[in-house]
Design a protein around this ligand. Structure first.
Ligand code: OAD
Length: 248
């Protein structure tokens, strides 16, 4: 990969690095992205049609089972070199913030600590009516029900049409504006408000970098574009930033 020296210098000087990730960073761990055609049992469904309150009300069993399938994929998956490189970066730079749209928890499993989960986490559940959180549940009924109010349990993720956690979003926007460099990794830049974070950073004169093998609607706005898979580009980038060129 041809990584410009100018970018390496910016990264080496940066004291505050902010990265936004999307489903693409987990693709190399075997977790399908949202806009990839689904395979097998789920091929006939569009994820955007399963990830809404209305879809759950219409067919709670179907939506629960879709997330149960994704939860199982996530539990069997392992962080890949892209997740590991970001965790390493956090250890060597004074300030590092990871903002993720992913609900798979793989960044934390890779060792990242300063993580904002904008869209929740599918390993947690809450109840549909009152957001009661539930640490454990039995799958004797599908979906299972809340022990406190009897409503159905659902994944603790942000569905289309729902609000993002306000505090997390506020922290993410502030971090984007005050970063020395902002990276957008493995996201199609289609879903707001996460997609606007890179432009927000740029409007505060923060250099912005995209890492994605495909172009996105925002590609032309980026100062640097590294068109390759995150699991290859990030370890190489880290090797260059450390100065030893070693991909770990
Ligand atoms: P998408 O599925 O929309 O996009 C995944 C992006 O990753 C695409 O642009 C791919 O080109 C890119 N990609 C694929 N393989 C990659 C690799 N190995 N390395 C780097 N990039 C790769 O996923 P998101 O952008 O995360 O929201 O989607 C945003 C949100 O829409 C999701 O959080 C979810 C979804 O519907 C909710 O559920 C609320």
């Amino acid at each position: 990969m041809n990584i410009p020296d100018e970018l390496i210098q910016l990264l080496q000087k940066a004291r505050k690095v902010v990265a936004l990730t999307g489903a693409g960073i987990s693709a190399e761990s075997g977790i399908p992205t949202f806009r990839q055609a689904q395979t097998g049992l789920w091929a006939q469904y569009d994820p955007e049609e399963l990830a809404t309150r209305a879809a759950f009300q219409r067919n709670p069993r179907l939506v629960w089972q879709w997330y149960a399938w994704r939860r199982q994929l996530v539990q069997q998956a392992a962080p890949n070199p892209g997740h590991l490189a970001l965790a390493e970066w956090e250890r060597i730079v004074p300030e590092f913030m990871l903002i993720t749209q992913n609900v798979d928890g793989l960044h934390q499993r890779a060792g990242s600590q300063n993580v904002i989960e904008l869209h929740g986490n599918l390993l947690r559940v809450k109840c549909f009516d009152h957001d009661h959180t539930v640490p454990t549940w039995e799958e004797d009924e599908i979906p299972p029900r809340c022990g406190q109010c009897g409503s159905y349990l659902r994944p603790d993720v942000v569905w289309f049409g729902e609000s993002l956690p306000a505090a997390g979003l506020h922290t993410a926007v502030t971090a984007a504006r005050t970063a020395d460099i902002f990276l957008s990794i493995g996201t199609s830049s289609l879903v707001q408000p996460a997609a606007s974070l890179a432009l927000e950073a740029k409007s505060y004169r923060v250099p912005i970098v995209e890492i994605n093998p495909q172009s996105t609607p925002l590609t032309s706005a980026f100062n640097f574009v590294l068109a390759g898979p995150a699991g290859e580009v990030l370890p190489e980038l880290m090797g260059r930033v450390r100065g030893d060129g070693v991909m770990r």
